[in-house]
Design a protein around this ligand. Structure first.
Ligand code: CIR
Length: 247
């Protein structure tokens, strides 16, 4: 086992999730459930033991667990999501991380942070300044992680930092230069190619919607595992946001 994958099943109200940059499209809750099961199975096959947060059927965006907690070593930073509607998602995730023996701390006061804005690459923690994440929270995060280098990143036209950029296992940043103020990015062939979940070793998880990027990464020597997450993509979710991997 590589560790734990914190996840949460989608509920019947998934289609009511928040949208910022895309038009609402019909969402098939049954298909979403099957896609989520396959996503969790892919993580499990790669050695990540799934641990489920309590269902939260009244909270449409609750399967996007990444936004509720940031893990650094044995510390779990519970977020204060930028969208007020999403704040009730945090309590049940707090119970899970405490149950796993992690030390839980919180973003508080006027700070707002979505985990989707936090990209950890070795000692560096990039944090997107977004409509969801503010400078107050970035300062709080830096104070909570004194041993890490916290780097604020300006975004343009995307929901979260990790909507635009993630990191390959060797630390190479892959992402869309048009949306993010970071240099030296490897440009993916498709927008969804910016979303990569390192699974350990040379393995990465990607969405089936980025086949050309997947082929390019295979050529670089990576083992790419793909999952179809179309129903979550309609809600501006991506492969990163459906889990929190806890090594
Ligand atoms: N980390 C992520 O990329 N989260 C996706 C959240 C999508 C959700 N519909 C939201 O707008 O909050």
């Amino acid at each position: 086992m590589s560790g734990i994958a914190l996840v949460r099943k989608p509920g019947p109200r998934l289609a009511d999730g928040l949208l910022s940059y895309v038009q609402r499209e019909p969402v098939d809750p049954g298909l979403a459930t099957r896609q989520h099961d396959a996503y969790v199975a892919a993580l499990a096959d790669a050695g990540w033991r799934p641990v489920y947060a309590e269902p939260a059927d009244d909270l449409p965006d609750a399967p996007f667990v990444e936004d509720t907690v940031v893990i650094s070593g044995r510390l779990a930073v519970l977020t204060r999501p930028g969208a007020e509607e999403r704040r009730p998602e945090v309590a049940s995730v707090a119970s899970v991380v405490r149950g796993l023996g992690l030390k839980a701390v919180r973003i508080t006061g006027s700070g707002t942070l979505d985990g989707g804005d936090v990209l950890q690459v070795g000692p560096t923690v990039y944090v997107g300044r977004s409509a969801r994440t503010n400078d107050e929270a970035i300062s709080q995060l830096a104070a909570l992680l004194p041993e890490r280098r916290v780097v604020p990143v300006d975004l343009d036209g995307v929901l979260h930092l990790k909507s635009a950029v993630t990191a390959l296992p060797d630390g190479t940043l892959i992402g869309l230069a048009a949306h993010v103020n970071l240099s030296g990015l490897l440009e993916p062939a498709e927008e969804a190619g910016a979303h990569v979940v390192p699974l350990g070793g040379d393995r990465v998880l990607m969405a089936a919607s980025a086949p050309r990027t997947a082929a390019a990464l295979e050529k670089r020597g990576l083992k790419v595992i793909t999952v179809d997450i179309s129903e979550f993509e309609k809600l501006e979710g991506c492969v990163t946001c459906l889990s929190v991997l806890i090594p």
